[in-house]
Design a protein around this ligand. Structure first.
Ligand code: BTN
Length: 255
């Protein structure tokens, strides 16, 4: 069982996670925040012990053993200085990376746009979704799935999964991990509101594919080139024979 009191003592934020909803079972924490008609405050966090229909990026599933991992979503309501959604996306995976480095001294790799890897295996992922009305964003939902104490992963995966337990050979506190991720997430958001440079540079530092030959799969199209950099909005700049191309989405791998 997740101990809310223990989590709350370690939470050091002003906004993020101050309204905390804990559920045993739900279809998807992202779906819940997208669909609810309840007026929840910005920064609300919904944590589920189990998701029956957990979603990954690009219509994939996110499967996670009950009571062992962290599957949660953060609600942000747009305000005047709200950074671009894509930058919030990068700063979210960065927050997970920074926390894993601080708590467990991992050498964390970030794979564009927002996979978190350890030893080339996936330990966490982020799914950001928005709810808009007449082109105006009304809600931003940042869903995070982190493999914490799961000992084994059955099934077929594009990218081999791992967990903190597999990598450290010990069980860790989910309460401490969640509070630290939310603390870091709020700090990153505050930094981002002032300027994106620090966040983008911190993200670049952890991306091992910059400068490498890559393949990008976008629906039915495959693109080849060199991962030149990310731009000021966090989009990927692909250097091809024809010149530079801005990539907004896709699954990237080394060629
Ligand atoms: C990915 O790497 O493909 C993204 C995975 C995101 C999974 C999380 S778990 C909590 C939230 N609710 C969902 O249905 N998905 C996200």
């Amino acid at each position: 069982m997740f101990n809310i009191e223990e989590f709350d003592i370690k939470l050091n934020t002003n906004v993020i996670g101050r309204n905390f909803i804990y559920v045993e079972e739900i279809d998807s924490t992202n779906n819940f925040l997208m669909g609810t008609k309840e007026e929840l405050p910005s920064g609300t966090v919904v944590l589920a012990e189990h998701q029956s229909d957990g979603k990954g990026r690009r219509n994939k599933e996110w499967k996670s053993d009950k009571n062992r991992n962290l599957t949660f979503s953060i609600l942000l309501l747009p305000h005047k200085n709200m950074p671009e959604v894509n930058l919030i996306n990068l700063s979210s995976s960065l927050a997970i990376a920074q926390t894993l480095e601080n708590l467990y001294q991992f050498d964390v790799e970030l794979k564009w746009p927002n996979d978190v890897l350890i030893n080339k295996k996936k330990i966490a992922g982020v799914l950001i979704e928005t709810v808009s009305r007449s082109d105006k964003i009304e809600k931003i939902i940042i869903g995070m799935g982190i493999n914490v104490n799961q000992p084994v992963f059955a099934g077929k995966f594009d990218l081999k999964p791992t967990s903190i337990r597999i990598e450290t050979k010990r069980e860790v506190s989910r309460e401490k991990l969640l509070s630290e991720i939310l603390n870091q997430f709020e700090n990153n958001l505050i930094t981002l509101e002032k300027s994106s440079t620090k966040i983008l540079n911190a993200w670049r530092l952890r991306c091992k594919m910059i400068g490498e030959k890559v393949k990008i799969i976008q629906d039915k199209k495959t693109k080849f080139g060199i991962f030149d950099d990310i731009d000021h909005n966090g989009f990927l700049i692909l250097k091809t024979r024809e010149g530079y191309e801005k990539i907004h989405y896709g699954d990237i791998s080394l060629r």
